[in-house]
Design a protein around this ligand. Structure first.
Ligand SMILES: C[S@@+](CC[C@H](N)C(=O)[O-])C[C@H]1O[C@@H](n2cnc3c(N)ncnc32)[C@H](O)[C@@H]1O
Length: 233
């Protein structure tokens, strides 16, 4: 990370770092995100290839136990050193961990068969370089799974200050954007992703220490994506 870079992305990454460092608690808890198990079940039943898996923007690693149950080899990355430091010891020895900006990862081309990008697209001031980079590091025939929340649910509209463009700052620090389905689909197509399948999923989460004081409902469109044939190679 270039310390002279004061872009919105760096300011946002600094805000996340401050959040994780501000509490010893796991901000997101230790249960996998509420849509993961149900959404991925058809691929699990079909025994789709989960040989090399990346949890991109893993946070404190709440989804890692589930991914370890599916995959031969699991890697995890995040820009926050404090978050990665909170991944529980029993998982650390079973996962390859890297600190990096998702727009510029250290991974070689075609490193992974399956990438999870959970609760992150909506938090990126510029998701385009990240979605392009994930396409680079996904192997041919591989799959990206991500969720993109719309304006429904309890997250949009609460303590959100509108800023230039279509984004908001939550509590004055954390970038969020809520995408209507057609906006999400346009973003994905522009970054060279084809939708294999998608589904609107709702779930409830407990309060997040230091971040959200009360239990709340989430609503996201969840996507299984493949690189567009026209952009491959
Ligand atoms: C809402 S949290 C979700 C964490 C995790 N995926 C989960 O579901 O618990 C968003 C995460 O994105 C990370 N992040 C934000 N910008 C990033 C970037 N440019 N590169 C890598 N990680 C980033 C933050 O540090 C934070 O951990």
């Amino acid at each position: 990370m270039n310390s002279t870079d004061n872009s919105p992305s760096i300011a946002n990454q600094t805000a996340w770092e401050g959040l994780y460092a501000s509490t010893r608690d796991l901000v997101w808890g230790s249960e996998p995100v509420g849509f993961l198990r149900d959404f991925i079940q058809p691929e699990v039943e079909a025994k789709r290839c989960f040989r090399r898996v990346l949890d991109a923007a893993t946070g404190e690693g709440r989804n890692l136990p589930f991914l370890l149950g599916l995959a031969g080899e699991v890697s995890a990355c995040d820009s926050s050193e404090a978050a990665l430091g909170k991944i529980p010891p029993e998982l650390r020895s079973r996962v390859k961990i890297a600190r990096c900006d998702l727009a510029r990862t250290p991974f070689a081309d075609s490193s992974f068969d399956f990438i999870l990008l959970c609760d992150t697209v909506e938090t990126l001031p510029d998701p385009v370089p990240v979605l392009n980079e994930l396409r680079r590091i996904l192997a041919p025939g591989g799959t990206l799974m991500c969720n993109i929340p719309g304006p429904e649910g309890d997250v949009a509209g609460i303590e959100m200050t509108p800023i230039a463009g279509s984004g908001y700052l939550y509590r004055g620090r954390f970038y969020f954007r809520f995408f209507k389905d057609h906006e999400a689909e346009e973003l994905l197509a522009n970054c060279g992703w084809e939708i294999v399948r998608s589904q609107t999923m709702t779930w409830t989460e407990a309060a997040h220490p230091g971040f959200r004081a009360v239990p709340h409902h989430h609503c996201s469109r969840v996507y299984l994506l493949a690189p567009s044939v026209s952009r491959e190679g």
